[in-house]
Design a protein around this ligand. Structure first.
Ligand code: FAD
Length: 276
């Protein structure tokens, strides 16, 4: 079976950043990914920016999957955006509930399952739909089993596959796959892989999204202090090795959170493909 590789970008805030992203995309495109995806800021805060990058990527003839959430918007606005994507030849969406942006108060969050239903209702089978999965369980989840049952509900509502939150523990992914299978999920679940670039930022972000950095890894990375070169050297070795374990264990491919960087994803993927 051919493995699927995909690369995620976030929309840069400045024009210079967007120009740089085009170069990054061109370099990563030489690795022949199945698609790029572009995140959608919490509460739709990057709507225009995400749309701009998606449409520009599509115009360059590249497969791209916009991330999307209701984010407090009206149905008509979400539908208009989906229609624009469809008209531009976008064939894949990543459907999410999204998070409440800080300072926005109590916006009603629409579960991802409802967005999947909405997309299917209005556009039939046009889009391949990805949803999010959490091997270490979503921070708001009532329980491990409930979280898996809601993942199943999103997939049963018409999503084609899932991409996981990042993790640094291959066992968490394998146990999760086993439990998903027991719960009757038979669609692919792609591991989402985060490179280790800057430990302080990674630790902060991981606390917020409920991804666990194992204690030994935390202590090891902390030990490098300001020596960024050693952090990324060890980080690359560790994450590449984990990817190899995932692939050997049957992962159907990998979704890379590129952080808009060419390295280390390029090096990692070259190593993985060399062993394919
Ligand atoms: P849902 O599947 O709707 O689940 C959210 C929570 O509610 C879970 O705890 C679940 O157990 C629970 N739940 C689900 N259904 C029910 C129900 N019927 N009753 C009670 N509880 C329920 N965020 C962004 O803002 N923009 C992005 O671009 C973005 N991209 C992402 C890409 C990936 C691959 C991943 C893994 C996450 C991404 N996120 C993004 C983060 C995501 O939006 C958050 O994790 C969010 O809190 C949950 O979104 P979801 O789609 O998983 O939600």
């Amino acid at each position: 079976m051919n493995k699927r590789y995909s690369f995620e970008f976030f929309p840069p805030k400045t024009e210079a950043g967007r120009e740089k992203l085009k170069q990054t995309r061109a370099e990563l495109n030489t690795l022949d990914p199945s698609f790029f995806s572009v995140t959608y800021g919490a509460g739709g805060s990057t709507r225009d920016n995400t749309r701009g990058i998606v449409l520009e990527t599509r115009a360059a003839g590249i497969d791209v999957a916009p991330h999307l959430s209701f984010g407090g918007d009206e149905e008509a606005d979400v539908l208009e955006l989906i229609q624009q994507y469809k008209d531009a030849g976008v064939k894949r969406l990543v459907a999410l509930r999204g998070d409440i942006p800080s300072g926005m108060g109590a916006t009603r969050l629409v579960y991802a399952r409802e967005l999947v239903e909405f997309i299917r209702k209005h556009t039939g089978d046009h889009f391949e739909i990805e949803v999010a999965a959490y091997p270490e369980i979503h921070p708001d989840a009532k329980s491990y089993d409930k979280d898996i049952s809601y993942l199943k509900a999103k997939l049963d509502a018409g999503a084609n596959s899932a991409i996981t939150q990042y993790f640094f523990n291959a066992d968490a992914y394998f146990y999760f796959l086993e439990d998903c299978e027991k719960a009757g999920i038979d669609k692919p679940i792609y591991p989402g892989i985060m490179p280790i670039l800057n430990f302080t930022n990674l630790a902060r972000f991981s606390r917020n999204c409920g991804a666990e950095i194992p204690r030994w890894l935390t202590r090891k990375l902390e030990g490098y202090g300001d020596d960024q070169e050693s952090v990324s050297k060890f980080g690359n070795e560790f994450v590449t090795e984990m990817c190899q374990i995932l692939m050997e264990g049957g992962a159907p491919g990998i979704h890379f959170y590129t952080m808009n960087q060419v390295e280390p994803v390029k090096t990692m993927l070259q190593e993985l493909k060399a062993e394919d």
